[in-house]
Design a protein around this ligand. Sequence first.
Ligand code: GTR
Length: 429
Amino acid sequence: MKHVLFLICTLFSFVLFAAETVAPPNDDESKVPKFELPDPLVMADGRKVDSVKMWTEQRRPELLKLFQEHVYGKPTLTEINMKAEIFETAPVFDGKGIRYQLQLVFFKGEQPLQNDPKVDFLIYTPARKNGNKKFPIFLGLNFMGNHTINADPEIRLAQTIWNRSNGQQLPAKDEERGKQSRRWQLETIFAHGFAVGTAYYGDFEPDFNGGIKHGVRRLIYKNGETPNPDDGNAIATWAWGLGKMLDAVTEFQDKLNIDPKKACLVGHSRLGKTSLWAGAIDERFSVVVSNDSGCGGSALSRREFGETVHRINNSFPHWFCGNFKKYNRNVNALPVDQHELVALIAPRPVYIASASEDLWADPQGEFLSAFYADPVYRLFETDGFGGVTEMPPVNQSVGNRIGYHRREGKHDIIEFDWIQFLKFAQKYL
Ligand code: GTR
């Protein structure tokens, strides 16, 4: 089955990108090239990083800058303001929870204008039975609109849902309600004492090459202006959006009964790449979870297993910064690799999840990022990956402050994954 899926992904990419020859994807471990990873604890000038102070003041900023320049791009939305309001609050699920709906409006200057970009932000908390304590929250973006995360008929329908393969605008439909509820296990989340907040990623920026004109970035790139090769692109925009969602939670923390110091990021696939980047740039997030994030997420680029840098840049030219494309045919020249992205989250708890049949995302490469980030967690005198050295059997959660599992099955985020994430976050919050 997994090989059939791999073949489908491969054929699909061939058809789409026949114009530029990209090496056929490899799913054979014995064909992984030999490579040398950059050492997260060695500065670009060769000095060894031997203290938390040196990491925090010198190496971390250096690495962050390298990732900005060569992979995800620099922040470009720093001058965008946000106005947030809660437009609805109601008890839900027979009194088991509370639904809050917020609108976030983004603008330049003093006041928003009529047509400024807007994002609907949906939050559920368990009913208020947490004593004096505010709830911790999982924050993540969704793929198909807030109304798809639960069958709750009161979730406001998105203005527009974007077809990501052709950029077409479609109306959100009632019959799509709850379509993605398997990926948003509200009952399980409540049972572990967590709130959850989500927004449609297409509200921040639709996910196609050209989406820049329709999301928040239309405020800064006017009249067809295009980003510089080191400007942040779609992933950077979504990651920025997660930070804005946390701003709103912080502003309304008393009304929402949520503790913004206990905010956990979660994301699946391209949104797992996004949660890692958001967690790296924004230290307010206390726990970071990425699920099946693959290439440009937690998988090591130098392994060139499954999806490669060349392929991802061809398929999704709008995700990473322009400079990332320089490495399409020479991934070993990248000054960083993805274990260092995980390390940027240190000493905060980070959890990486793979799925056994998701070879496209390279489970072994995802595991190795966790493994090679460990020395940085050790520098902080934490137990990092907890001495794990080998890929664990399926469905077994391992590690410590760096957590990992490889769920049996395909590319997805399901209850099993959520239970591990929730238990992991509980341990640290
Ligand atoms: C695939 C892509 C992956 C992953 C996935 C997803 O087409 O090759 O990098 O992001 O989509 O987001 O579901």
